[in-house]
Write a protein that binds this ligand. Sequence first.
Ligand code: KG4
Ligand code: ZN
Length: 332
Amino acid sequence: MILAIESSCDDSSVALYDIKNLRLIYHKKISQDAEHSSFGGVVPELAARLHTKALPELLNEVKPYFGEIRAVAVTNEPGLSVSLVGGVAMAKSLSVALNVPLIAVNHLAGHIYSLFLDSEITLPLGVLLVSGGHTMVLEISNDKSVKILAKTSDDSFGESFDKVAKMLNLGYPGGAVVQEFALKSKRKDRFKLPIPLLGDKRLEYSFSGLKNAVRLVVEGLGDFSDDDVADICYAFENAACAHIMDKLKRIFDERKFANFGVVGGASANLNLRSQISTLCDKHGSKLLLAPLSFCADNAAMIARAGREKYLKGEFITHQNLQISPRSSEILI
Ligand code: KG4
Ligand code: ZN
């Protein structure tokens, strides 16, 4: 088995994965949502402290399997440095204690493998990655080369939900609660928010202008009721999804995707899922979605990505295993 550790942001997670049978043996995560909620976002020092407490608790649960572990995989980029360091330190200690090799996993590659938790990867593949830290469209060819077709130049899709939630005092993270309020809107045409970069030919995402447009609406209202919140959430979610779809439609017009996957925490958004499903139907692309419980950060996807590296013998020495807040080239 591979033992995998994920601690790149505010979720501490450990997984055990059966290398040969592509099967998840154990998976658990301890989320820090409640602790960060009142701050409206992740507080790095608090996240680091909570990882220090949660990771050993999770490790304790997998102790009975220690004899069967063949490698330790860990997220080493991208993410919050103070969070990554906790998982990487634990992975290094475990690799020494169990005398097994180390595998460094890129968090974004992990999200892509969330589509294939119990199967081999299907190529070629287009991917929309929407999370709290990233928004990008990728094309993965048969030879596993990864090309970035579009990415955000400022905020990410998920982050914009978090910021809107903060403005509306809805806590953190904002994705699910904004989606829930949007569904309750009684006046769907009340607020007209701009769809970012509409008509602009650049294949690029940008959410900061939309976020500011929401800010102006909120400030204009002063006090706001639940009905106001619902109408704002509806207008915002629609504009944010319309922006994703506008660029995605252009990409689909230019390329043919046999398979198209949507990954990352924000891929749980039902409005987005349904619009992408329609787009895939129109273009004859097979839509791949991760199970809802594995969209957000988790160690299962890190284990799955680590399994590919294990089979290729792509191990890393203790000295070379460094953390990085930024992503290097995504290798599948
Ligand atoms: O992948 P993830 O767990 O962490 C990062 O790698 O960033 O993604 C978390 C992000 C948060 O910004 C959260 O608000 C967003 O995913 N999210 C959603 C939804 N559920 C989670 N965004 C929009 N709609 C949702 N239903
Ligand atoms: Zn993530």
